[in-house]
Design a protein around this ligand. Structure first.
Ligand code: NAD
Length: 564
């Protein structure tokens, strides 16, 4: 490969990983990185934390400089170089530089231009108070606005950047209104998980509005007036636009690079585009979802960096490189005292792929209950209803969420069935976990469900339970009084054996929908009922899950006080 000339477009996660790996593979080659911005290798994932002040110094965000890359890796980084045309037949790109336009030839071209902020069709989005959080310069502007006294911010879009930015602004004492067009914040999360996140945002004092579209932004003496579809307005000193991303592929598409209908570049499992000697990695590309097989971009830093390394192996390595992994879109975000994380498919993805699934909800403690400081992890897992294959997992909690989702992501990658989780040897001592870890419990529950030892009803079957079943709530009377389904009869699980005749009479031949607080005691009751020959199902995740599922409707549906 000696003497080869590699040109890389885009100098952040994917591009710089490719450049660095190319050098390690080929000491003689020429590596040119073209970056339209003023910096390469900056920590884009760190920007919200710079806004919030947890990262104090802007220099911390600049992980490498052109000089450090020249010194360590002999990479020729050219800042303020914007590619405006690809001539693949001639093997060159046309580049606008501070010194005029240039043609730069290549032997192999790697495209890693990333994405640009999506700009929904909202009148007035060009108001001077509207900012994005994509670059170090963006983050500096937002930080300066806060320092200069911005009091109220609207965050437009409650996805990952929106949540992280909202938290950063909140940490700086800014009042935040968070607007989300989808029915709940962080749309990839399931509704019963997202409700917990939304409540945490509200606990922090944020004004969270879900399911509401922004129609226009107007001006009032320099402040932005954000108009909502429900007729309300919110006045803000700062509007942070975090409504998703769009692949920055237009120039390359014009040059013949095949893209999908949303502009994401189509690559094979080595990163090769449809054009000879043109490769692409990172947020701009389409990848195949590991669970559903859906083709979609997964704009996350981890997959981009791995693809950068692997494309270099494919181009300059000896032998066939490892194929790009199909992403599980494993992601995590901190929101106040909570962490929310996910891996694999959610209900929407599984439904779209026509894949049947069973959902398990659990609320285990992050470590042994007798050791002080334990906190609940709200965990849900989708599994194949026949084989138990793990399809997706999500968790929200104060501690230990990252560990459980990482273990489950590893299990998903390995193609494990949920029952196989029983066999995992996970580290344990009381400050860290439980002898039966949260992940082990997923295995136990899955095994029970798949073998018929337990039968579940899901929160979306609440109408079935209320209208067609006998709802037996086996919590204590005190718990029952805090809120229960209007039709429920309360018999604590410890009394179910003794009061079986009463249960049979009350059920009157209907199936029994058993429920408790988290799903553990209702499982005990379920086994008693089944042993008595009754048809019973236990509520997955219990009242904790049902409340989160009902969300803002919970107080209207549930009634307080006792009823026996
Ligand atoms: P996103 O796709 O995560 O979220 C965009 C949000 O904006 C969505 O919830 C969407 O429903 C909402 N939205 C879209 N149009 C809207 C409108 N008109 N009004 C109100 N809401 C609207 O995108 P992002 O937050 O901009 O982040 C960009 C990418 O960066 C994401 O794909 C994300 O995966 C990645 N990222 C990940 C992390 C992490 O994993 N911790 C952190 C930051 C960014």
């Amino acid at each position: 490969m000696s003497g080869h000339k590699y040109v890389i477009v885009g100098g952040v996660a994917g591009g710089m990983s490719a450049a660095a790996r190319l050098r390690r593979l080929d000491e003689q080659c020429e590596i040119i990185v073209l970056e339209q911005g003023p910096a390469v290798s900056f920590a884009s994932c760190g920007l919200p934390y710079f806004v919030g002040g947890e990262i104090e110094d802007e220099a911390e965000l600049l992980v490498q400089t052109p000089q450090s890359l020249r010194d360590a890796l002999n990479i020729d980084v050219r800042l303020h170089h914007r590619v405006v045309e690809l001539d693949a037949a001639a093997h060159l790109v046309k580049v606008v530089t501070p010194n005029g336009q240039q043609d730069i030839s290549y032997d192999q071209l790697i495209l890693s231009p990333g994405t640009v902020a999506a700009r929904p069709p909202i009148d007035g989005l060009d108001h001077p108070s509207v900012h994005t959080l994509r670059t170090v310069a963006d983050a500096s502007v937002v930080r300066e606005l806060v320092t200069a006294g911005a009091k109220h911010a609207v965050v437009l879009g409650a996805g990952f950047i929106g949540l992280e930015a909202a938290e950063g602004l909140h940490l700086r004492g800014v009042d935040v209104t968070l607007l989300e067009a989808a029915p709940h914040v962080l749309p990839p999360l399931e509704v019963e998980m997202a409700w917990l996140v939304g409540q945490e945002l509200r606990r922090l004092g944020m004004d969270v509005r879900e399911g509401v579209a922004v129609t226009a932004i107007t001006d009032d003496q320099g402040r932005a007036v954000v108009h909502l579809a429900d007729g309300q307005t919110v006045v803000a000193d700062l509007v942070l636009l975090s409504a998703g991303t769009v692949p920055a592929s237009a120039v390359f598409k014009a040059g013949g690079v095949a893209c999908n209908d949303r502009g994401a570049i189509i690559v094979d499992d080595q990163g090769h585009t449809n054009l000879i000697d043109v490769w692409a990695v990172g947020d701009v590309t389409v990848s195949r979802d590991a669970v559903t097989g859906a083709l979609r971009p997964v704009p996350l830093a981890g997959p981009a960096q791995r693809a950068g390394r692997l494309v270099a192996d494919a181009i300059a390595g000896s032998g066939r490189a490892r194929p790009f992994p199909e992403p599980l879109a494993t992601a995590i975000v901190r929101v106040g005292d909570l962490t929310a994380a996910m891996t694999g498919a959610n209900r929407m993805g599984l439904d779209a792929a026509g894949m049947p699934f069973t959902t398990l909800h659990l609320h285990p403690l992050n470590h042994a209950g007798y050791f002080p400081g334990g906190s609940q992890i709200h965990l849900m897992v989708h599994i194949d209803p026949v084989t138990g294959r793990l399809l997706g997992a999500q968790a929200v909690g104060k501690a230990g969420v990252d560990k459980r989702i990482d273990v489950l992501a590893t299990a998903l990658r390995a193609g494990l069935a949920a029952q196989d989780l029983i066999d995992l040897d996970l580290c344990y001592s009381p400050p860290y976990g439980s002898a039966k870890d949260a992940v082990t419990m997923v295995g136990f529950l899955a095994d029970n469900v798949l073998t018929g030892q337990t039968a579940l009803w899901q929160p979306d079957e609440v109408d079935w339970a209320r209208q067609q079943a006998f709802v037996l709530d086996v919590r204590t009377p005190a718990e029952f009084a805090t809120g229960h389904l209007p039709e429920a009869v309360n018999i604590a699980h410890t009394q179910v054996r003794a009061r079986l005749d009463e249960v049979i009479a009350l059920a009157g031949g209907r199936p029994i929908a058993v429920m408790c607080q988290s799903g553990v005691r209702s499982y005990l009751a379920h086994r008693i009922l089944v042993a008595a020959g009754l048809t019973s199902r236990t509520l997955s995740g219990g009242m904790l899950t049902l409340r989160a599922w009902l969300g803002g409707q919970a107080d209207a549906v549930l009634v307080k006080g006792d009823k026996q």
